[in-house]
Write a protein that binds this ligand. Structure first.
Ligand code: PCD
Ligand SMILES: [Cu+]
Length: 804
């Protein structure tokens, strides 16, 4: 047995962990060969389209569908009345509330679904939408959650005003829940006694992920064999199958849910939308496939928004700058229905990570969820679980405290970081941070950008501005974040009662290639590339020879889907564990073939070798073949494994970001001169994919911090429902990102990996915002709200007297 290839070459042939392997999915994406929902064209497909409410709050007096039905090509017009006998005019939300599928008596937000037109093609459906006559009676509109809590107007007439909601008692008919974590009395006592206290209120505005492809589905009820197939833009296909079964009464084995290629999810495609339900009903009624694909305006107006958090903080410290306590209260605007996609026990997601990366001995968080006349479905956008809000809050509070103490904000952070030796660290608000090394990351980041040099330059620029020599000022944005991803332990995380484990099933073929299926679903993250790399390193078969499949509930094992950067921490762990099961069986096969005891062989890259005699080995290819063609005493034929992985804890990626920005105080235009991002996501599976994730997340952070918003006027009119008004950054606005890393593996994850997809957004938003605010700090700025669009930046300068 002669080996022509060196061990290093064998390692590199695997294309396993740490390899910047090119994304296998890109061949089809870059050639326009992807298969998205709108590419599906089953024979006889009908198209659905919605009649939507122009009013944000109105009673529906009548709906007349006669003219629409009379139009050639219109097959059906569904209203709440048609869904009611089926019990489908309302549906449960992921947050334990319920939501109208089609307007039942009244509408609660502009763009709400009122009737569903089904026609032979999209154009006819659109024409018919115009022909449906709806008579509305306008009702008072509430878009401000504070006013909502004072108002006599009852938004949700379907709810008993005094009855508790899914998360406990309600204080008012427009109140949803109160969620409290930590020790309020103790925190107040510490803050009242403190040397230094900084207070600030901030609004994290409502925004929307606006993925390239909007939401859509094709429902096909095959009446002959009783099978319902649902293709759709689903981030959690198995959960959709379970919900569809519970709602429709069709047994779960008779429902197949498939997520084909998805053109970006970003949390927008976690929830269940009326379009899915209406398409299913329409297909059951008509017996032919029904397609529904929303347009851009519908996507921006009616599907899961993000944020809309009014946050009030108090932070206390000693004279030396050691933080002693943190108090946070949030008024959370959830819109018309509470449709947040949080794990059941966390009505404000993981907002209680708001103590951030700092060792804060005592803290309190209180959140009040409130109904308003806005679209439902919160908590999406590159952090489905409110970690963006939490990190924005603490990173602003740190800056405000630094201003209060007249201290350098980088130094203030350093003094308060949780120290390396304190991990695993139990935070005051109940999390166990698995690992971290914040000081190393911070020092590396500050050194990389020459932080002291930047501050000197900034001081010179301030002086020059004051002398009237320049009209631009310079901001240095800092942020240090700790993410919490990988929901999650089944003991405390579930969605609609389904524990948040995930899964991987591997099947090795006789010739030594393999297929693996997982319970997650890529929306562009590159899972087909990266999961194969995890497996390659675990089982010694090249990633090139492993096909990854996701998103078909008929074949993939049950999983909770992809959001909250959970794929790597949970399904990635399942992949490693399933790989280890394969390896354990392969070891027995190898020992049999080599005629030695199981314990006398060991795994080496792509083979099992005899301990002490590495020239005697069996490759994984040989072992796979033997699994199918030899009768091995005591072993079943075949080489397959499945793992359902329930993570013992979340993973806690972290990072240090610095943004250097110039601001023209007369135009309000910011120019980003430098953006440095250091990320620590533990073991790095594919550095190139990670880099892509960071670039994407930072660009979305830039968008949110510097202009992107969903705003409403007092009548509840949506002000940013088109891309004319909704800021999407292009190459023009995006700087050249510098990425860097440290590696602090997760101690409980089988390969030490933590998630990374959300991190750049979580850390990026406060970094961009802090850069703007830091530029104005020498001129007296303390806090201004995002989005820092040109007008708001100009106004900040104006308010500070810089135009005088
Ligand atoms: N350490 C590590 C980690 C990670 N990784 C890679 O990276 C990625 C990612 O991952 P993760 O972090 O785990 O995550 P996932 O789960 O997968 O995903 C999710 C995320 O992802 C992100 N990114 C992205 N990209 C794209 N392209 N698209 C999309 O859509 C998206 N989205 C976004 C979001 S929003 Mo949420 O939903 O809101 O919650 S969440 C999210 C993949 O591929 C993986 O493999 C590596 O390599 N390494
Ligand atoms: Cu998150």
């Amino acid at each position: 047995m002669k080996d022509e290839v060196t061990r290093d070459e064998r390692v590199s042939n695997l294309k396993g962990l740490g390899c910047s392997r090119k994304r296998v999915e890109d061949a089809r994406f870059t050639q326009g060969k992807g298969n998205y929902i709108d590419d599906m064209n089953l024979p006889g497909t009908l198209t659905g389209d919605f009649v939507r409410s122009p009013y944000a709050h109105a009673r529906i007096k009548s709906i007349n569908i006669d003219a629409a039905m009379a139009l050639d090509g219109v097959v059906a017009v569904l209203t709440a009345k048609d869904l009611e006998p089926l019990g489908l005019h309302w549906m449960p939300t992921l947050a334990g509330d319920k939501q109208m599928v089609l307007a039942d008596g009244k509408v609660l937000f502009q763009g709400q679904e009122v009737a569903f037109v089904v026609a032979s093609d999209r154009y006819i459906a659109s024409d018919a939408v115009e022909l449906v006559e709806v008579e509305y009676e306008e009702l008072p509109v509430i878009v401000d959650p504070f006013k909502s809590m004072q108002s006599d107007v009852v938004l949700r007439e379907d709810l008993d005003p005094k009855a508790p909601g899914a998360h406990g008692p309600r204080k008012h008919h427009n109140h949803i829940f109160t969620w409290e974590v930590g020790d309020e009395e103790g925190t107040n006592a510490v803050i009242d006694d403190a040397d230094i206290v900084a207070e600030e209120s901030m609004y994290y505005h409502r925004t929307h992920p606006c993925p390239l492809e909007p939401c859509g589905c094709v429902a096909s009820m095959d009446k002959v064999n009783g099978k319902l197939t649902l293709w759709g833009t689903f981030q959690a296909p198995h959960v959709v199958r379970t919900v569809a079964s519970l709602l429709s009464g069709i047994e779960e084995h008779n429902i197949r849910v498939v997520s084909p290629d998805i053109g970006g999810g970003f949390g927008n495609k976690v929830g269940v939308y009326p379009g899915y339900i209406c398409s299913i009903v329409a297909s059951i009624v008509t017996g032919v496939p029904v397609k529904w694909v929303e347009d851009r305006m519908e996507n921006l107006m009616s599907t899961a928004f993000a944020r809309d958090y009014w946050m009030k903080g108090k932070i206390s410290a000693t004279k030396e700058g050691k933080i002693t306590g943190l108090h946070c209260h949030v008024t959370a605007d959830h819109g018309a229905f509470d449709a947040c996609a949080d794990p059941t026990k966390f009505p404000a997601g993981f907002m209680n990570i708001c103590t951030g990366s700092y060792d804060i001995p005592i803290a309190y968080l209180g959140v009040d969820g409130v109904y308003t006349n806005k679209a439902p479905g919160g908590v999406s956008y590159r952090c489905s679980f409110r970690v963006t809000e939490a990190v924005y809050f603490i990173e602003r509070m740190i800056e405000v405290l630094a201003i209060e103490m007249d201290m350098d904000a980088a130094e203030l952070r350093r003094i308060n970081f949780i120290k390396k030796e304190q991990f695993p660290y139990n935070s005051a608000l109940g999390w166990e941070y698995d690992s971290g090394d914040y000081h190393t990351a911070w020092d590396k980041a500050l050194k990389a950008v020459d932080y002291d040099g930047l501050r000197k330059e900034q001081a010179e620029r301030v002086a020059a501005f004051k002398r009237g020599e320049t009209r631009t000022i310079m901001g240095i944005g800092l942020s240090f974040f700790t993410e919490i991803v990988g929901a999650g332990p089944v003991k405390n995380c579930d969605i609609l009662g389904m524990g948040m484990f995930d899964s991987c099933e591997i099947r090795i073929h006789p010739t030594g290639s393999a297929v693996a299926r997982l319970g997650t679903i890529s929306q562009g993250q590159g899972h087909a590339t990266t999961f194969a790399q995890i497996l390659a390193s675990e089982i010694g078969i090249s990633a090139e020879s492993i096909t990854i499949e996701e998103g078909d509930t008929d074949t993939a094992p049950y999983g909770l889907g992809t959001y909250g950067s959970r794929s790597t921490p949970v399904a990635g762990a399942a992949a490693a564990m399933a790989g280890r099961k394969i390896r354990a069986k392969a070891q027995m096969i190898a020992a049999y073939l080599l005629e030695v005891h199981d314990d006398d062989v060991e795994f080496d890259v792509d083979r099992f070798v005899i301990k002490g005699a590495p020239e005697r080995f069996k490759t994984m290819g040989e072992i796979a073949y033997a699994a199918y063609n030899q009768a091995i005493p005591g072993l079943e034929p075949g080489l397959e494994a499945v793992s359902y992985y329930d993570p013992p804890n979340m993973t806690y990626p972290f990072g240090a970001y610095v943004c250097v920005m110039d601001i023209d105080v007369d135009t309000g235009v910011p120019t980003i001169n430098r953006f440095y991002a250091l990320d620590d996501c533990g073991t790095r599976i594919n550095p190139m994919v990670i880099e892509g994730q960071i670039h994407g997340g930072l660009t979305e952070a830039l968008a949110v911090a510097l202009g992107q918003e969903i705003a409403y006027d007092d009548m509840g009119n949506h002000k940013n429902a088109t891309l004319m008004d909704f800021f999407l950054p292009t190459a023009w606005e995006v700087p050249n990102y510098e990425t860097d890393f440290t590696v602090t593996p997760s101690p409980h994850h089988p390969i030490g990996a933590k998630g990374v997809g959300e991190s750049p957004h979580v850390g990026g938003v406060p970094c961009f915002s802090n850069a703007v605010q830091d530029a104005f700090r020498p001129f007296g700025n303390r806090h201004t709200n995002m989005p820092h669009d040109h007008w708001r930046i100009w106004k900040t300068a104006n308010d500070l007297g810089m135009h005088d």
